[in-house]
Structure formats: C-alpha cells, structure tokens
Design a protein around this ligand. Structure first.
Ligand code: SAH
Length: 341
C-alpha cells in the first residue's frame, strides 16, 4: 500500500520519512509541495534529489481524487464532480462571493442521516471519505483557479454529515488550518452538522472552527419529521450542546433553517425559533428550500420568507436569507447527488 501523504499530519509525515531514512526537513519539504505548491507529481518537487523523487513515486500517492467533470453555473458557481478510489462520486462547489471564494466540501460519499428535504440523503451512505480525500478537494480546486489565494473559506456543507466521519474530518481541518499545511484561518472554516450531539461536544474540545447547525424546525415534532436524527438527539439536548460550545471572541453559531412552504414557515415557527435561540450567540441563515426530484416540498413565497426574517430581526438575531447559487447546475444546498449524466 502506498502512503497517503495528504492524510497525514506533520508528525506522521516526519515519522514516515524517518522510516525511509529521511531527515525531518524532507518531510517539511514534502508538505510544502503538497499543500502550498499544489503539485501533482513527485517529479515537480524540484528541491528533492532526482533519485529520491523516483523512489517516492513508488512509495506514496499524491492526488486521491479524479476530476470527472466541472459544471459552471450562470452565476459563476462551479460544481466539481470527483471520483474516489472505489468509483463513488462526490461533489464540491466553488462559490464566488465578492472578491473571494468559498469551497463547499463533501465529508462522505452519500449520507446516512435521511433528512427528508435533501437529495444526497436519497442515496444513503456509500462510505466515509478519508482525510486526504477531503483535503484533496481543496487542493484540486485551488490548483484549477487563476488565483488560488482567493479561495479563503471552506464550509463542510457538501455531501455527508461531517460529525459522522469525525476523525477524518478533524484531521482534514487540522491540515487545512496548520501553517505548514494549507494555512487557512480557522475563522474561515465552518463545519455544518445536522445535530450529532456527542460530535458537537467533542469538536468544541478538539479544534477551533465555526459551527453551523442545520436546525430547520424549532419544535421536536416538526424537526423529527424533517430530520430523523432529532429522534436520537432532540432539541433540548442539541440546544444544550450549542450553549456549551466554546466560542472565541464575538463568534457565533450559525443556525441554518431551510424554509418549506406550510411545513415550518409560519409566524409561530419564527417566534418559536427566536425563543429557542434566546441566550445563545446565534445568527440565522434562512434557506428557501431548493426543489428537486425527490421531494414534494416547495419553498414559501418571497413575501413569506421576508416576513419570517423580519420577525427574527425584530428579536435582534442577525438573519440572512441565503441566496441559492448554482441552482441551474444542481449545485445548491440539498441538491448534490454525485450523479453523472
Ligand atoms: N450534514 C450537514 C452538512 C450538509 S449541509 C448538515 O446537515 O448540516 C447542507 C445544508 O443544506 C443543510 O443546512 C441542509 O439543511 C440544507 N439543505 C438540505 N436540503 C436542502 C434543500 N432541498 N433546500 C435547501 N437547503 C437544503
């Protein structure tokens, strides 16, 4: 088996290099080329001796994703379809926001959470992604960009439930954040979860990142109908974990709320949501439901969405309506299927 370098942290890379009789500075050079040089072959690592390059080629793998297709939306959003080693397909979405870019990465092929409004859920869980498969999404996309440095934000909001693939996700985050990794600011990395309470507790202890919680309803009955995970971790336990989540200075937890017509979009729902969030440093992202073939739910009218927002704003919550980007190429929230053709 070849060594999986993008999935290793600096200590593991050093240990591996030591096993080959290499000095620690070689491990640092390797990581530089992988995470900053964005190379796809050992041949490009020009400060390594030629013989070593050839030797490493047989011993370690570099890119673990195969780009299958890139689709470009009318609004500029780009959807990357990647094939992973055993043939499953995953997607990453690059979104332009003013002068910078956000990449929405997948953490699993498919998903086991079975949320009623989400298309990824319909395929079930294929498998967890490895840390290198997660980091490689960022590397491959950066490499394809004219100005790679303009990719500043990473959101774990693609396919899968990141906290159901905890170890690999945290490892990937560490390689994204570490200065001798990709050197992203931890302020610019957001993990979004459907509400796996034990994972939220662990995350708060292990790594500093932004937390987003897909809430989608403010009462247990509606939430359990939309998101089966709520039967295991009902709102009381979820909100307690959010209250305890350590937040650095002025940081807030983002609560995502997909608005579905006549399901969770009433005035009472908005007031209940404000009540549920009271006392939490929270901001709210409202996402009018993106329709797709596997749901009969539809988004509310624009007026109703604005009305819902207004109630939350009156209660002093920063509330934005997330504009759905990339709808024409099925790249919007809940529309990732990893289907080809
Ligand atoms: N599993 C994680 C990461 C996926 S994020 C999580 O649940 O947070 C995907 C986001 O898209 C979630 O906030 C989810 O609520 C939202 N979403 C899913 N299906 C959607 C749809 N059809 N329309 C709009 N948003 C949707």
């Amino acid at each position: 088996m070849k060594a999986d370098l993008k999935g290793m942290d600096s200590h593991e890379t050093e240990a591996w290099a030591r096993g080959l009789g290499l000095e620690p500075y070689r491990a640092r050079q390797l990581r530089q080329w992988l995470f900053k040089g964005l190379v796809s072959s050992f041949e490009e690592m020009t400060n390594l001796p030629k013989r070593l390059r050839a030797d490493l080629t047989g011993k370690a793998s570099l890119s673990v994703l195969e780009e299958v297709r890139v689709e470009v939306s009318r609004d500029g959003t780009r959807k990357y379809l990647f094939k992973i080693a055993d043939g499953h397909l995953i997607e990453s979405v690059l979104i332009a926001e003013g002068g910078h870019f956000t990449l929405c990465v997948s953490s699993q092929a498919g998903c086991a959470m079975d949320c009623r409004f989400c298309l990824t859920a319909r395929q079930g869980l294929k498998r967890n992604l490895s840390a290198s498969e997660i980091v490689d999404q960022v590397i491959q996309v950066r490499k394809a960009m004219d100005s790679p440095d303009r990719l500043t934000n990473i959101v774990f909001m693609g396919m899968g439930e990141p906290l159901a693939n905890y170890e690999a996700v945290v490892k990937a985050i560490r390689n994204l954040i570490s200065p001798e990794g990709m050197n992203f600011s931890h302020r610019k990395i957001t993990l979004s979860t459907c509400g796996l309470v034990p994972g939220i507790k662990r995350l708060g202890k292990d790594v500093v990142v932004n937390l987003a919680v897909s809430l989608n309803a403010a009462d247990d009955e509606t939430r359990s109908f939309l998101m089966p995970v709520n039967k295991t971790y009902p709102l009381a336990s979820l909100m307690a974990a959010c209250r305890d989540f350590p937040l650095p200075n002025r940081r807030m937890i983002t609560f995502e709320y997909v608005l579905a017509k006549d399901v969770n979009d009433s005035r009472e729902d908005a007031l209940r949501l404000a009540g549920l969030l009271s006392g939490i440093r929270a901001k709210v992202n409202l996402i009018p439901l993106n329709p797709h073939s596997a749901t009969d739910m539809v988004p509310p009218s624009e007026d109703r969405v604005l009305g819902f927002q207004e109630i939350l704003i009156k209660k002093n919550f920063t509330t934005i309506i997330r504009k759905s980007k990339g709808q024409d190429i099925s790249a919007a929230c809940g529309q990732l299927s990893g289907r080809y053709g």
